[in-house]
Design a protein around this ligand. Structure first.
Ligand SMILES: Nc1ncnc2c1ncn2[C@@H]1O[C@H](COP(=O)(O)OP(=O)(O)O)[C@@H](O)[C@H]1O
Ligand SMILES: [Mg+2]
Length: 165
């Protein structure tokens, strides 16, 4: 496996496993990471993000940004304040809406951006360091993570997650 193509696959047999993966990802984050979350409605994208934010130290609710399209948070990463922006672009009407909202400026190499429904902003959305795919499998979920940059690869190399077999 080349360094630029770290890849990870697991079965998440129940919601707790999705939450555990979110928490494990929180411990592997680095400033500037962009993660795309792919998967149908109800696949677990928001559940995973919620667990990630709580494990990263966010106290309080994590709402699904269905209508606001984005919701900013601040967490501490190695003693440094880092912004985490959670996007849900499902209801975004056009690429112009993304640009007019100033969303591109959020992808500034410092913030961590987590994007549900990246397909809706194709062409204007900055590229992902990691693509995460969730799909329904039996009563659980299958998950696949694919890094496509050095930053994403190092994150996946730090990821410590061992689902039950
Ligand atoms: N591994 C899993 N196995 C079974 N159910 C899960 C699993 N992970 C999450 N869920 C459930 O799936 C639903 C996911 O909802 P949500 O996170 O809002 O999905 P999305 O944001 O992808 O539309 C929740 O009801 C959650 O309890
Ligand atoms: Mg969602």
């Amino acid at each position: 496996m080349s360094d630029q193509h770290a890849h990870f696959k697991a079965h998440l047999d129940e919601e707790a496993a999705t939450l555990a993966l979110g928490a494990a990802l929180a411990r592997a984050l680095a400033p500037g990471l962009t993660i795309y979350l792919h998967g149908d409605l109800g696949a677990g994208k928001t559940a995973l993000t919620r667990a990630l934010l709580h494990a990263a130290g966010h106290v309080g609710t994590v709402k699904s940004p269905t209508y606001t399209l984005s919701e900013p948070y601040q967490v501490q990463l190695d003693g440094r304040a880092v912004g985490v922006i959670h996007f849900d672009l499902y209801r975004m009407g056009s690429a112009e809406e993304f640009l007019d909202a100033g969303f591109r400026e959020d992808f500034n190499g410092d913030n961590i951006c987590i994007v549900e429904w990246p397909e809706k902003a194709e062409g204007v959305l900055p590229p992902a360091d990691i693509d995460l795919y969730l799909s329904v499998a039996g009563t659980g979920r299958d998950v696949e993570l694919q890094a496509s940059t050095a930053l994403g690869t190092s994150c996946l190399q730090r990821l410590k997650f061992a689902p039950k077999l």
